[in-house]
Design a protein around this ligand. Structure first.
Ligand code: ZN
Length: 277
């Protein structure tokens, strides 16, 4: 592992995994995502660990996918051992792109969502597009009062990030508005919508999150695990995974469309984040 991900053990039974690419606003390249996955696996498999906090160094939680990552899909994937069962990373056209995104975006985020231990995202500053796919899989989200969330992918010619959890996070009507406009969702508004559990002053964010993790870690592990499974099952019984899989297929269609029309997988006119306010 490099130092793109830090694995900290600040308290007994609590692991704090930290995104550590502040110079790039914690943009996610393939290496960072696999290092993050390895850290989650390590915490999940350590029976002494009861609660996992996902935090980020620097002014912003995450600016999303690192769009500067070059090379072919096969070259991007070659250094890493895939953790899903999909294949075809060296295939041409939509087949290779779908394989990569199914593995490292939809696949990893869903994998983290299903870790049988409580997870808490500690979010400060901006959390944009792919950044949502790190925060949303966590069970709880604590945001600083200056945190803001945004999915700006519609402007890039796709209908939302690969881990399409928007309706489950903020409700259908608000999900549509956020996708249509790419407006920022403030921490307070996210809390009002149920997407964020708590809002804390920026200077107190880490302490607040750790105190919450400590309270949860006092509970019996098996009961925590069963509580999480039960709530996740309730979401899945509502068709969550089927809807996400359809959204992912539409996302791949959009990439293919953009390749045919623009010669690149996203509409070039929408690559710049539209800062608001
Ligand atoms: Zn994509």
């Amino acid at each position: 592992m490099t130092d793109a991900i830090l694995y900290e053990t600040p308290r007994p039974a609590i692991v704090r995994i930290v995104l550590n690419r502040p110079e790039s606003r914690n943009a996610q390249d393939t290496a960072l995502l696999y290092e993050l996955n390895a850290a989650f696996d390590r915490a999940a498999r350590d029976d002494a660990v009861k609660v996992i906090v996902l935090a980020a160094n620097g002014p912003h939680f995450s600016s999303g996918h690192d769009l500067r990552e070059g090379g072919s899909i096969a070259a991007q994937m070659a250094p890493f051992d895939v953790v899903g069962t999909w294949c075809g990373f060296g295939c041409a056209g939509a087949e290779g792109r779908m394989a990569r995104e199914k593995e490292i975006y939809l696949g990893l985020s869903e994998r983290w969502r299903n870790i049988p231990k409580p997870t808490i995202a500690e979010v400060q500053g901006k959390c944009i597009a792919g950044g949502l796919m790190l925060a949303w899989p966590c069970d709880l989200i604590v945001a600083s009062d200056d945190a803001a969330f945004c999915d700006n992918t519609v402007g890039m010619g796709v209908g939302g990030v690969e881990y399409f959890h928007h309706p489950w996070e903020v409700g259908a009507r608000k999900a549509k508005e956020l996708l249509f406009t790419a407006d920022w969702l403030s921490a307070d508004e996210a809390k009002a919508l149920g997407m964020v559990n708590h809002v804390a002053p920026r200077a107190e964010l880490s302490a607040f999150t750790m105190a919450l993790a400590e309270r949860i870690a006092l509970k019996p592990m098996f009961a925590l695990k069963m509580a999480k499974e039960a709530v996740n099952a309730a979401e899945d019984a509502q068709g969550r995974l089927s809807a996400m899989n359809q959204a992912f297929a539409l996302h791949q269609l959009a990439h293919s469309h953009n390749m045919q029309v623009h010669g690149v997988p996203v509409d070039p006119s929408g690559l710049q984040v539209r800062a608001k306010g």
